[in-house]
Design a binder for this molecule. Structure first.
Ligand code: NAD
Length: 335
């Protein structure tokens, strides 16, 4: 089975590619290189010891060549812009990249009769719903354009299935992926200043950035900082294999949370990082960031029961693997 992975050189996509290859799938990648380094392609080939076909293309461009040259059986769609704050500043870019990109991809799939689709959605679709977030909670309350793009695409997928019930669709709502592959060869290395906590922490720890900004110290949480459901990126990647296997023989538009069900505050993450690595981490608490909710964690039981999938890696694993990757990456860059 050959899986087209859009955004396959990005953070989550690259870990999913390795996981797919390890599980016996073939992989074709499409990525426009807007938020990744081309060297990830070579690293994936080295780690898997397999050639991996890469199309350097935007998902908003014509994708016919890919479907004509390769026999594609299923698509995992990671390619998107993902920064909540930036989406508030640049809504048109987000709607164009994320929503139009998904429509163009789905139209192409439909044209070539490929109807298995796994979509990267996000906890952000829950907005201010009650905790823990369950898949049946209302999703109309996202507080920012990025979240709106995810809700729109989820709705498009539900409508698509209603119109043509031969589609096999998995909507995966990720919580907060952190960590890196145990090899230290791939991990999160966004272009520019990171928008997510862990790559920011790692870059402060390695001296690349001076100080961590903690957005909001006055939330109604035990230490005043925001709480998130952090999940190891390799656990998350494995969730995609479980979802692909589930939809292989089942039509429908199915939704699953992929998280651990446990929340940690920003300061808990910072202190765990300091304790495990022994590295100092200068930080200052600044104003809340627009679009952020105070607390977010999921009920992961639907994925456990239906997919037989569960996150197994601990916060210690997440921190150790992040630091291993950060040190390897910065050592490589010094060469
Ligand atoms: N990282 C998170 O915290 C998180 C949480 C929830 C959901 N998600 C979703 O998961 C997916 C992957 O996230 P990530 O953290 O790996 O992001 P990432 O930015 O590391 O990876 C996205 C990849 O897609 C590529 N890309 C972006 N727009 C493209 C386009 N129009 N055409 C082709 N390629 C394009 C980028 O170059 C990059 O390699 C995204 O859809 C994101 O919204 C991420």
């Amino acid at each position: 089975m050959n899986v087209l992975v859009t955004g396959g050189l990005g953070y989550i996509g690259s870990h999913a590619v390795l996981c797919l290859l390890k599980s016996g799938f073939d992989v074709t990648i499409a990525d426009n290189l807007s938020n990744c380094d081309i060297s990830v392609h070579k690293r994936l080939e080295e780690l898997s010891d397999k050639p991996i076909k890469l199309y350097t293309t935007d998902v908003r461009a014509s994708l016919s060549k890919i479907f004509e040259e390769d026999k594609i059986d299923a698509v995992i769609h990671f390619a998107a812009l993902k920064a909540v704050g930036e989406s508030i500043q640049k809504p048109l870019e987000y709607y164009d990249n994320n929503v139009y990109g998904a429509i163009n991809l789905l139209e192409t799939m439909s044209h070539y009769g490929v109807k298995s689709f796994v979509f990267s959605s996000s906890a952000v679709v829950y907005g201010d719903s009650g905790l823990p977030y369950r898949e049946d909670a209302p999703v109309s309350a996202a507080t920012n354009p990025y979240g709106q793009t995810k809700i729109m695409i989820e709705n498009i997928l539900q409508d698509l299935y209603r119109a043509d019930n031969s589609w096999h669709i998995a909507i995966l709502r990720y919580f907060n992926p952190i960590g890196a592959h145990e090899s230290g060869k791939i991990g999160e290395n966004p272009v520019g200043i990171p928008n997510n906590l862990m790559p920011y922490v790692a870059k402060v720890a390695s001296g690349e950035l001076k100080e961590l900004s903690v957005f909001g110290g006055d939330y109604s949480t035990p230490d005043g900082t925001g709480i998130r459901d952090y999940i190891h990126v390799c656990d998350l990647a494995e969730g995609h294999i479980a979802a692909l296997n589930y939809i292989a023989n089942k039509t429908g538009a199915h939704t699953w949370n992929l998280g651990t069900g446990k929340g940690y505050s920003v300061l808990e993450i910072v202190n765990t990082f300091i304790n495990i690595t022994g590295v100092q981490l200068p930080y200052k608490v600044v104003a809340r960031r627009a679009g952020d909710v105070p607390v977010s964690y999921c009920d992961p039981s639907k994925a456990q029961h239906e997919l037989g999938w569960q996150a197994t890696r601990t916060l210690t694993d997440m921190v150790k693997d992040t630091w291993h990757w950060e040190r390897a990456r910065t050592a490589d860059e010094r060469l």
